[in-house]
Design a protein around this ligand. Structure first.
Ligand SMILES: *[C@@H]1O[C@H](CO)[C@@H](O)[C@H](O)[C@H]1NC(C)=O
Ligand SMILES: *[C@@H]1O[C@H](CO)[C@@H](O)[C@H](O)[C@H]1NC(C)=O
Ligand SMILES: *[C@@H]1O[C@H](CO)[C@@H](O)[C@H](O)[C@H]1NC(C)=O
Ligand SMILES: *[C@@H]1O[C@H](CO)[C@@H](O)[C@H](O)[C@H]1NC(C)=O
Ligand SMILES: *[C@@H]1O[C@H](CO)[C@@H](O)[C@H](O)[C@H]1NC(C)=O
Ligand SMILES: *[C@@H]1O[C@H](CO)[C@@H](O)[C@H](O)[C@H]1NC(C)=O
Length: 410
């Protein structure tokens, strides 16, 4: 490793441009380029889109303008970059601050088609959301409640689980009225009704599973059906998720059950915050290895691998808070193929990403900056990696467009 770095250093000093152009694509300045999130891509003045992956926390006052040609630096071990956050004119950047020891390159998984394959540890999103559903305060699109959840499928069709109105609403076209796809809008226990539903999972064939919490049952509604069937009875259901084989996982106070079979696959040791326990309202996600990720009131996300007797904390630390190692009221969790964990950190009004193995996270969208009262109770990624967030405060769905360039290939 050390030899590689030294070699890189030598190459860097001698053939700067060539190495740099390979280092990052600066079409979008400051885009992520390293596993160190304090680094960003700065455009080199001498090479088109080519950039250097630079440590960005260098005070602007330490950077001197490039020579009059705006391309060269007289000082040894410096390169001329554009750094508009500091100054409009190109500046000389110290080579030490672009050393790969400081900004280690990241290897990325290759892209492939399908949902969420564009996510990686450097992906970024536009910070200003676009409201795509629900702008009418006199007639909200649903009746917001803390336990609502939503789901965005690969077509970017949106489903909202409307707890208070006892139904599931679907928007295939964001500009048209929604269509009720489960429940009939009045609570009850008939086959065509739901009572306080709080989560759904949807199979590829369009079958919808519903946590019918108030009826203590899990319902299955086939596509276009007028009524559902009970697949599990006598359970207070808090969350649903499917694995890649389309087995269903059901969160319930203190435990997770897998259906069919109904075996307990996580928790089962009373409600609590020990590693072998789960909270009262576990929210779940299942990854491609059938590991179960649970966000609960312990202000944490725990991972249970197949057959595990206890979970491993992968985000949060049980104490509610807003520093980067803490969560406050996590309600919704998603895990990408590199095992990075995304969480709706609801009471902190942000969506965060915890890279695999790290003990702190970074904010990927900070909702209180643009909207003081944003209450993000659920989130989901669409086909292209666009981030959708359900806002309870205004009863709306906002979309945060993915910055396509930020997931480098290689
Ligand atoms: C250098 O950049 C500044 C600011 O963009 C510009 O005003 C000036 O003309 C440039 N000089 C040359 C030689 O390109
Ligand atoms: C909002 O809903 C009210 C009540 O249904 C309706 O009169 C009004 O036209 C709607 N406004 C918009 C902008 O859709
Ligand atoms: C919903 O279905 C129940 C039972 O079938 C029925 O009694 C009720 O009137 C229906 N409600 C609506 C709003 O259609
Ligand atoms: C965390 O909360 C404290 C106290 O409310 C506040 O002063 C601080 O700005 C917050 N920090 C962040 C990163 O939001
Ligand atoms: C799945 O398991 C394989 C083999 O143990 C491992 O290499 C891979 O990183 C795991 N992937 C995820 C998303 O956990
Ligand atoms: C850099 O990214 C832009 C935008 O994604 C793309 O059009 C361009 O081809 C890329 N350039 C290189 C050298 O990869």
């Amino acid at each position: 490793m050390r030899i590689v770095s030294v070699l890189f250093w030598v190459i860097l000093s001698n053939y700067a441009d060539r190495v740099f152009t390979q280092t990052c694509n600066a079409t979008y300045p400051y885009s992520r380029c390293s596993s160190n999130l304090d680094c960003g891509c700065l455009p080199l003045t001498r090479s088109g889109n080519g950039g250097v992956c630079a440590y960005l926390n260098v005070p602007c006052t330490d950077l001197i303008p490039c020579e009059n040609d705006n391309r060269t630096c007289t000082e040894a071990r410096q390169v001329c970059v554009k750094h508009s956050r500091c100054q409009n004119i190109p500046l000389c950047y110290p080579l030490d601050m672009i050393h790969p020891n400081l900004c280690p390159p990241t290897t990325f998984r290759p892209s492939s088609s399908g949902s969420n394959n564009d996510l990686c540890e450097t992906t970024t999103w536009q910070q200003q959301g676009i409201t795509i559903l629900g702008t009418n305060s006199t007639q909200p699109i649903w009746n917001p409640y803390d336990d609502d959840e939503f789901f965005v499928d690969v077509d970017e069709t949106i489903y909202i689980v409307d707890y208070r109105n006892d139904q599931v609403i679907k928007w295939k076209n964001w500009n048209s009225p929604g269509e009720i796809v489960a429940g009939n809008g009045s609570y009850g226990s008939a086959n065509n009704q739901l009572d306080s539903p709080n989560s759904i999972a949807i199979k590829k064939d369009g079958t919808i599973f519903v946590c019918d919490a108030g009826n203590y049952r899990v319902q299955r509604w086939y596509k276009n059906a007028q009524q559902g069937q009970t697949i599990i009875d006598n359970i207070y259901c808090t969350s649903l998720a499917l694995d890649q084989e389309e087995s269903l996982y059901i969160g319930s106070p203190g435990l997770i059950i897998k259906w069919p079979g109904n075996q307990i696959v996580a928790g089962g040791n009373d409600v609590g915050t020990k590693l072998n326990q789960l909270g009262y309202l576990p929210r779940i996600f299942i990854d491609q290895n059938q590991s179960i990720f649970v966000a609960d009131e312990g202000n944490r996300v725990v991972k249970w691998t197949i057959g595990a007797r206890e979970g491993i904390v992968v985000a949060g630390n049980n104490k509610a808070g807003n520093d980067s190692s803490q969560l406050n009221g996590p309600r919704s969790v998603f895990v990408d193929q590199m095992e990075n964990v995304y969480i709706a950190d609801t009471k902190n009004q942000r969506v965060v990403r915890w890279l695999k193995g790290l003990s702190s996270g970074t904010v990927i969208v900070d909702l209180k900056i643009t909207d003081q009262y944003f209450d993000p109770i659920s989130f989901s990624f669409g086909r292209n990696g666009n981030l959708f967030v359900l806002d309870k405060y205004i009863a709306r769905v906002q979309m945060f467009t993915i910055d396509k360039n930020t997931c480098a290939r290689g």
